[in-house]
Design a protein around this ligand. Sequence first.
Ligand SMILES: NC(=O)c1ccc[n+]([C@@H]2O[C@H](COP(=O)([O-])OP(=O)(O)OC[C@H]3O[C@@H](n4cnc5c(N)ncnc54)[C@H](O)[C@@H]3O)[C@@H](O)[C@H]2O)c1
Length: 246
Amino acid sequence: MAKTVLITGGASGMGFLAGKCYAKEGENVVLVDINREALDSCVSEIAAINPNVLGVVTDIRKYDEVCAARDQAVERFGSIDILICFAGGAECRLCNVHGEFQDNPIDIYDFSIDTNLKGALYFDHAVMKQMAKQNSGVIVHIGSITGQEGCGANVGYSASKSALMNGMTKSIALAGAKYNIRCVCVAPGPVLTRPGMAGMKTMLGRAAEPQEIVDLVMYVASEKGAFINGVNILADGGRDIMRNKG
Ligand SMILES: NC(=O)c1ccc[n+]([C@@H]2O[C@H](COP(=O)([O-])OP(=O)(O)OC[C@H]3O[C@@H](n4cnc5c(N)ncnc54)[C@H](O)[C@@H]3O)[C@@H](O)[C@H]2O)c1
């Protein structure tokens, strides 16, 4: 029987790629994104592969919209088996701010934490209600090497990703255990969803192809990854150990 996979940030980059891959495997795909135009176009492209796709325009920072997206997914497909929280991004890019931390308006950090941390918490909360009823499910958070190494230019992003990678992934795994719900975080190093990422150093001398990260996410969410729970997996081409060596 087809699984239902709900993907936030599904109208771009790795979220959209994951949606296409799951559609090719015959699964039901629910794409959630704030960008209506991009979402419509992504849903049409996936529908050409597999008609079992639904797009729901949702701002992940608004809990009522998050619950409405969950409800539409369940109404259409009957369950949510996998939740993948791809939506997010660094505030210096999303808000185009490049000042010193203390000189930037405080709203930038509210925005970043709401987008990168609270949005995932809202989705976990809303979707776990459904997964608990099913007594099964997998939740995949998406962290970042920036949550590991810190970043003065993206304090909100780094703090949010760090919380996702550590406390939130462990806590959701603990909360979900009695309902047979796993939670895992995948934290990429630089990924070529944008050409600019090619400039970030890794031990391999290159950034990741988006497919490399999506393959890992799909593995941990699958039965093959059934023994992986409550942990963060850093997929950074060795950037972290390179940095530690100085
Ligand atoms: N690309 C990289 O190098 C890289 C590295 C490490 C981690 N990541 C993380 O991986 C994830 C995906 O990265 P990507 O480069 O594929 O992303 P992307 O920027 O291509 O897509 C992100 C999507 O999230 C959506 N989004 C943003 N705010 C939203 C909101 N409030 N509600 C709903 N949707 C919203 C955007 O509209 C966009 O479609 C992000 O969380 C990112 O932080 C990316």
